[in-house]
Design a protein around this ligand. Structure first.
Ligand code: UDP
Ligand code: MN
Length: 259
């Protein structure tokens, strides 16, 4: 049986939310044995997301936790509480059974994921499993496109080992990697390090990923994916803010449509 891939996605209400989730669901629906953990940044579950998931055709878990107001600042890391809620749910769910094989990764709702990251043999028959996140034994890494002020960032690999980072930003980071896309962790590692979480306190900008990964692995241990980190299969795309300048204040539409 294939290891389950758990995708942890923080999400928050805004005009493009349903469009983003639709795009992500359309990707994830193609992936065998994927469980989507969607964590809303809210005090309660929204009807929009509940309805959406009911029709998404994907095994899923719908969680919610609001970001405290003091952490809602443009310069502070986003979605820390939501990612931790996803980890907590996984630990809770697996506490009584010896862990089924599984791999988790963090998938922001606006990023773009190639199926090649998940799908063994589908696009490149005969290509070794070394390329795909599902074969992660402990922690695996791969390049991320459109991030860090560059076309891409990537782990530098020598003889199958990560030896450094190609990045234009804070090269001193122990793990110069983007949270929302660039790594996967085996469920086993999450369960055997029950205290590993993303920290708000004491974590400098851009260091959350490093703080987290330092708790569970070392650079020497990292498993390079995406053909020894020579392919971009994930893009840190960002969606333009929508112009709603012409929304009516009166003469509203006669029907109430969810967008
Ligand atoms: N997010 C959230 N609450 C917020 C802002 C963002 O849950 O107040 C989520 C968002 O839906 C996305 C992730 O956190 O899944 C990262 O946010 P964003 O894409 O805005 O960050 P960036 O692209 O700037 O790294
Ligand atoms: Mn984003």
């Amino acid at each position: 049986r294939l290891p389950t891939i758990y995708a942890i996605t923080p999400t928050y209400s805004r005009p493009v939310q349903k469009a983003e989730l639709t795009r992500l669901a359309n990707t994830f629906r193609q992936v065998a044995q994927l469980h989507w953990i969607l964590v809303e940044d809210r005090a309660t579950r929204s009807e929009l997301v509940s309805r959406f998931l009911a029709r998404a055709g994907l095994p899923n878990t719908h969680l919610h936790v609001p970001t405290p107001r003091r952490y809602k600042r443009p310069w502070l890391p986003r979605a820390t509480e939501q990612r931790n809620a996803g980890l907590a749910w996984l630990r809770q769910r697996h506490q009584h059974q010896s862990a089924q094989p599984g791999v988790l990764f963090f998938a922001d709702d606006d990023n773009t994921y190639s199926l090649e990251l998940f799908q063994e043999g589908l696009w490149s028959p005969g290509c070794s499993g070394a390329r795909y996140m599902r074969t992660t034994r402990k922690v695996s890494v791969w390049p991320v496109g459109l991030v860090g002020g560059r076309r891409y960032e990537r782990p530098l690999v020598k003889n199958g080992k990560v030896v450094g980072w190609y990045t234009g930003w804070r090269e001193d980071r122990p793990f110069a990697i983007d949270m929302a896309a660039g790594f996967a962790v085996s469920l086993q590692v999450i369960l055997s390090n029950p205290k590993a979480v993303f920290k708000r306190r004491g974590s400098q900008p851009g260091m959350q990923e490093s703080d987290f990964l330092k708790q569970i692995t070392t650079v020497e241990e990292l498993e390079p994916k995406a053909s020894n980190c020579t392919k971009v299969l994930v893009w840190h795309t960002r969606t333009e803010k929508v112009n709603l300048a012409n929304e009516p204040k009166y003469h509203l539409d006669t029907v109430n449509i969810e967008v």
